[in-house]
Design a protein around this ligand. Sequence first.
Ligand SMILES: Cc1cc2nc3c(=O)[nH]c(=O)nc-3n(C[C@H](O)[C@H](O)[C@H](O)COP(=O)(O)O)c2cc1C
Length: 175
Amino acid sequence: MKLLAFSASNSQHSINRALVTYAASQSNSDDVEVLDLNDFEMAIYSIDRENNSGIPEQAKLLFDKIGQADAILISFAEYNGSFTSAYKNIFDWTSRIDQKVFQNKPVLMLATSPGPGGAANVLDSAVTSAPYFAAEVVGSLSIPSFYQNFDLEKNKFMNDDLNERLLALVNKLEC
Ligand SMILES: Cc1cc2nc3c(=O)[nH]c(=O)nc-3n(C[C@H](O)[C@H](O)[C@H](O)COP(=O)(O)O)c2cc1C
């Protein structure tokens, strides 16, 4: 199984990247690629830019990477209750290639934040809108209070219940 994973954040120290990288490492896939959104940075989407210059190569590259994957793992960072502008911009450009951005792939959607809300708002938005973008969501999980539940140095959960729930979902991705 070719597993494509990324954090929907452009932070160099993204806790969502730590989470998604850990989750990917728990899968049986021998072909995992963890993307960095910084490699897909584009000018802010505008219809005028699109009309004048077309769709940037970075968006085409991401669309192709999704198309070549067997399964997708995303962890969403939440800014002001919604997607980070970095992710939203990349998503908007990519959706101009085809609204079916996720191309009917199985997708596991995670989210985390340092606070007790665990980025649940953005996760809810992503799950609710998934059918419009042809994402076959196999499950979703918000991890609250990341630093209290995950040991970044040891790269493991301190909270066994959350760890088990995550592993069960990663397992569903492989079915
Ligand atoms: C502009 C901004 C807005 C934020 N808004 C929220 C929010 O609405 N909910 C939340 O749980 N955390 C919020 N945070 C804190 C983020 O969850 C925190 O920065 C987290 O580390 C982002 O994930 P990342 O490390 O994967 O980039 C916000 C942070 C910033 C910089």
